[in-house]
Design a protein around this ligand. Structure first.
Ligand SMILES: Nc1ncnc2c1ncn2[C@@H]1O[C@H](COP(=O)(O)OP(=O)(O)OP(=O)(O)O)[C@@H](O)[C@H]1O
Ligand SMILES: [Mg+2]
Length: 254
């Protein structure tokens, strides 16, 4: 069974009296298996965030079906979605979204706290994850006392704490300098390898995308090409750059 499956997804915004209609996604089909680490790239406005929002249950598609681990998300109510997301889906934002009133460790444990899990188990799991991602030493600090890269690594731990099998990340390195970006990407790769987490990452950065095994290119709401990493990461970065150039050239055909 695939972890993420989307069939004929369409997303249309607006169309009322005041707003013109925008077709953000047009007949998208995606199927990702457990342990796949995939990037989505494409120009600004091509529908990347819309796609992530629909696949992760933050938003409903206008038409089409979305399945996460076989569960049909687009037929769930808002409450059902919230619970399903908490237990199965991790989401990482560009702006980290940690709570300043909680320590790093408390932030990480928050999804378990909401499920009223036992303290001992929460501490054990949080420490295991913080250890894996190299932030154990900052566990008692507050988000404003640590670096952006450390905050993002805490956000990854929080996304994983409920034994999440799928993680969506929208520009997770967009607010980070190159050194912190690298650390965060290496953490995502480590997570992917250690827990076979399925990860779908939106990025503008070919270097970030080169950490993935596969890159999907989106343009004007449709999936255009797919690239697979077959050789080294450096070689893959070059291939990604070439494909982005081809995608831009398409504009001149119109
Ligand atoms: N809530 C909304 N209401 C109306 N239109 C929207 C909404 N969200 C996105 N759009 C439109 O849908 C299209 C796709 O937007 P989306 O945010 O998915 O693009 P993106 O690829 O994530 O862009 P970026 O790289 O700039 O983040 C754009 O034309 C955008 O203006
Ligand atoms: Mg976006």
């Amino acid at each position: 069974m695939s972890v993420i499956k989307a069939i004929n997804i369409k997303k249309v915004y607006g169309g009322g009296k005041e707003f013109a209609q925008t077709i953000a996604l047009n007949n998208i089909n995606i199927e990702l298996e457990q342990g796949e680490f995939t990037a989505i790239m494409g120009p600004s406005g091509s529908g990347k965030s819309s796609l992530l929002n629909v696949l992760s249950g933050f938003d409903y598609p206008t038409s089409g079906d979305v399945f996460i681990q076989g569960a049909k998300m687009n037929e769930m109510t808002g409450d059902e979605l919230a619970i399903f997301r908490r237990d199965h889906i991790g989401y990482i934002f560009q702006e980290f979204h940690l709570l300043d009133s909680l320590t790093i460790q408390q932030n990480i444990m928050l999804p378990m706290m909401l499920n009223r899990e036992e303290t001992e188990l929460m501490n054990k799991k949080a420490e295991e994850l913080m250890n894996l991602l190299g932030i154990l030493t900052i566990k008692n600090k507050y988000p404003y006392q640590v670096s952006g890269g450390q905050q993002q690594r805490a956000a990854i731990c929080r996304a994983l704490i409920n034994d999440t099998t799928v993680i969506f990340a929208d520009e997770p390195t967009g607010n980070l300098d190159s050194k912190s970006s690298k650390a965060v990407l290496e953490c995502l790769k480590e997570t992917n390898e250690a827990y076979r987490t399925t990860i779908l990452l939106v990025t503008h950065d070919p270097f970030a995308a080169s950490y993935c095994d596969k890159v999907l290119f989106l343009k004007d709401g449709t999936l255009r090409t797919q690239l697979y990493k077959k050789e080294s990461q450096d070689h893959f970065t070059k291939q990604i750059l070439d494909n982005l150039a081809v995608l831009e050239e398409d504009d001149y055909d119109v």
